[in-house]
Each structure stands twice: as C-alpha cells, then as structure tokens.
Design a protein around this ligand. Structure first.
Ligand SMILES: *[C@@H]1O[C@H](CO)[C@@H](O)[C@H](O)[C@H]1NC(C)=O
Ligand SMILES: *[C@@H]1O[C@H](CO)[C@@H](O)[C@H](O)[C@H]1NC(C)=O
Ligand SMILES: *[C@@H]1O[C@H](CO)[C@@H](O)[C@H](O)[C@H]1NC(C)=O
Ligand SMILES: [Cu+2]
Length: 263
C-alpha cells in the first residue's frame, strides 16, 4: 500500500506538466456552446512558453485575483454573450479549446468540483469584477450518476482505483440545476475544479455571464463568501494528497465551506 501510494504520486507529478484543462464552454438548453462564447477569456501564463499549455495551466495561488474567474479574467476584456436561463433549469460547463493532445480532454486530475453565482451590482456584467458575495449551487465530490462508467469498454482504459473514486474524474463536462428560487438578475456563473495537493493545489476556474429569469418566488441565497478569501493555503480539506484517503473517506469527503444553497 505504501509503495503503491509512492508510485501513484510520482506518476501524477510527471503527468501534471501537460495534464491541464479549462472550462471554456457552457451547455445551454442541452447544447454545447463554442469556447469563449459565454465564458470570460483568460490570459496565458507568462511563465510557460508553449501557448496551449500556457493557457490551460491552473492557478495555484488561493489569494490571487485569478481565483475569481481564471487568469486575468476578473476583468472582462473580450466581448462575450450573456446566457439567459430560467431559475430551476439545467446548465453545464464543458472543457473548451485548447484541448491538449493525448488523453487530457477531460478533468484529468482527481478532485472535486463546484459551481457558484455572484450577482452583478449593475446591469453591465462586463464591468463586474466579482468582488461581491458568492454562493455555491453545486458540489461534486464522490461518484454521482454523471460519473464515468469505467466498466464500459470505452472508459475502462482510464480506470484508476484511486482517481476514479472522485465523481468528476475523466468527465468532459458537468450539468447542474440553477436553484428554482434564485433571485432574477445578471450573474457571474463560476465553475471550479480543485486538484488537491499537499503544497500546490491546482484551481481550474472559469466564469460565464448569465441572466437568470425568475417570475416566481425568490429566496435569499447563502451562506456567501468572497473570492479570493474562500481558501487559505494549507487548509486540510484543500491541501492534501488524494491517495492518502481511504475509499470511505473519499465517499464521505466534506468539501470546504460554504455549503450549497439549495434554493
Ligand atoms: C451534460 O449535458 C450535455 C448535453 O446534454 C451532454 O453532452 C454531456 O455529456 C452531459 N455531461 C455529463 C457529465 O453527463
Ligand atoms: C490582462 O488583461 C488586460 C485587459 O484587461 C490585457 O490588456 C493584458 O494584456 C492582460 N494581461 C496578460 C498578462 O495577459
Ligand atoms: C456500465 O457499463 C457496463 C458495461 O458496458 C454496463 O453493463 C452497465 O450497465 C453500465 N452501468 C451503468 C450504471 O450504466
Ligand atoms: Cu494538471
């Protein structure tokens, strides 16, 4: 068991140079959008020379403004559309270009995902830098009905007994419901996939512009938090080695606060 853990860790670190991804597309009315059609463009990492790798590289600084919507995207600097969605309806995020060659066109790393909303104080989403209150509307930790079926011959080759315990492992998208009592308005809709590591946890984050329509009852979303500020370097539910958890611990894993607002 000890040796297995060491081997698995080494292969993970070797793979991380290329094994990155971003969520440049949304799934609206059951259809995949184009990359950056509704999602804020991000900038390449200045420290990586290959342009594709530079774009998909994750943020590893929990205190950076890049934690809001991805690298250099707390400001909206390229025109995008606003997706109109009815409170209670389903929306999703999907992997966008560039998709790195090889086996990486998916949430390649083990870890957990979440989706968040933050209401723009004005009608102009382009102007909103995401410094208001955020609430969580989705949390995926262990396996769900959307998880890959690794008994299926198409996916069996990607099976890994440690990584497959996490619900998003090897998925190229995730769909979820906007709570039915979400107050109407213009929002940043943020998707986050976290690959925990003891020292440099990777944050994969992107944001879409959405207008939520709700002619019915509105609730009071909460609990809320600020981003950055939601995570502290070293906090044990963000900074850990996934291989060190037992199957039961992954199944019962409690993600970092805040809890999901169900509406
Ligand atoms: C999310 O929905 C889209 C559109 O129906 C679908 O292509 C995709 O496979 C779904 N994702 C998952 C993980 O089920
Ligand atoms: C960040 O975005 C600004 C526009 O807001 C752009 O002018 C600048 O070049 C970008 N920075 C990097 C490092 O890509
Ligand atoms: C998973 O795939 C196997 C093999 O194709 C199939 O027999 C099984 O029904 C699938 N399970 C689910 C939950 O779809
Ligand atoms: Cu990676």
């Amino acid at each position: 068991m000890k040796l297995q853990t060491v081997l698995a860790t080494v292969s993970c670190l070797l793979a991380t140079a290329d094994a990155h991804y971003l969520f440049g597309r949304i799934i609206l009315d059951g259809k995949w959008s184009s990359t950056w059609e509704y999602t804020r463009q991000i900038s390449p990492s200045a420290s990586i020379s290959d342009p594709q790798t530079a774009l998909v590289a994750p943020n590893t600084d929990p205190d950076s403004l890049d934690l809001v919507c991805g690298r250099n995207a707390s400001v909206s600097w390229a025109p995008i559309k606003t997706a109109v969605i009815q409170a209670g309806d389903t929306i999703g995020f999907g992997i966008g270009e560039p998709v790195l060659s090889g086996d990486y066109s998916a949430m390649y790393h083990p870890g957990y995902a979440s989706a968040w909303l933050s209401k723009s104080p004005t009608d102009d989403l382009e102007e909103y830098i995401g410094d208001g209150d955020w609430f969580k509307i989705l949390s995926v930790t262990g396996r769900t009905e959307q998880s890959r079926n690794f008994s299926d011959p198409e996916w069996a080759k990607y099976y890994d007994q440690f990584k497959a315990r996490w619900g998003t492992f090897r998925l190229d998208s995730y769909n979820f419901t906007v709570p039915a009592t979400t107050p109407p308005g213009k929002y940043l809709l943020r998707f986050e996939h976290i690959f925990p590591n003891p020292t440099d946890t990777q944050f994969y984050v992107n944001c879409a512009h959405v207008e939520i329509v709700n002619n019915g009852e509105s609730g009071i979303p909460g609990p809320t938090t600020k981003i950055p500020g939601v995570y502290t370097r070293g906090q044990p539910d963000v900074y850990f080695l996934t291989y060190d958890l037992s199957d039961e611990e992954v199944e019962n894993f409690i993600p970092p606060p805040p809890i999901v607002w169900e509406g």
